[in-house]
Write a protein that binds this ligand. Structure first.
Ligand SMILES: Cc1cc2nc3c(=O)[nH]c(=O)nc-3n(C[C@H](O)[C@H](O)[C@H](O)COP(=O)(O)O)c2cc1C
Length: 177
């Protein structure tokens, strides 16, 4: 059941030193390419990173929140032509579909935000990543999705902790029964 997949999904940042099989990578790629996009313009492109040295380099993309990438066997850089106005939405949809597909394949993942983030005071995270993967100037980067077999366990978010107080029926302020 799809809801079970959603229930078990957590962001995982510690991975086993075990490569992700090519068949599974192909499935992740297919899932990404099946993403809906505004007007079917498909502005995204994806860079599969399985080179350990490059993963370690990219783990320095930001001062905080990307360091764990050096322990991941796989990452997918989600980038797009940012002249297309919905590139952020389209990349976000592709990113979460990659994450959920990973989950369905027994893998775990974590989103690393690159758009609108700094590498350091002078360099954006996009500039840093772009330099190391030879990204053309017309492409912007939404996120890097770190993927692998988990080396940590996290409990699902409890049903009673979900923010049902943010749900309204028909009119804002009318709580659901
Ligand atoms: C748009 C977005 C950006 C995120 N950026 C990062 C990031 O840069 N580094 C990181 O470690 N986690 C990042 N995360 C993961 C969140 O921290 C995580 O989803 C949140 O803490 C909830 O935990 P859960 O995914 O286990 O439910 C990001 C998630 C989203 C949706």
């Amino acid at each position: 059941m799809f809801i079970d997949l959603l229930r078990q999904r957590r962001s995982i940042r510690k991975f086993l030193d075990k490569p992700v099989e090519q068949e599974k990578i192909k499935e992740l790629v297919e899932a990404a390419l099946r993403s809906p996009s505004s007007r079917g313009l498909n502005p995204w492109q994806f860079i599969i990173v399985d080179d350990k040295t490059l993963l370690e380099t990219l783990s320095a993309s930001k001062e905080h929140g990307s360091g764990f990438l050096k322990g991941a066997p796989l990452a997918i850089i989600v980038c797009a032509d940012d002249s297309i106005e919905t590139w952020i939405e389209d990349c976000s949809i592709a990113s979460i579909l990659i994450q959920l597909s990973a989950e369905s394949l027994g893998l775990k993942s974590c989103w690393i935000q690159i758009r609108d983030r700094q590498h350091d005071r002078l360099t954006t995270a996009r500039e840093f990543v772009a330099e190391h993967v030879n990204l053309p100037p017309n492409l912007n980067i939404e996120a890097i999705i770190a993927i692998g077999y988990p080396d940590e366990e996290k409990q699902p978010h409890k049903l009673e902790k979900l923010q049902f107080d943010k749900i309204w029926i028909n009119t804002y302020g009318q709580p659901m029964q």
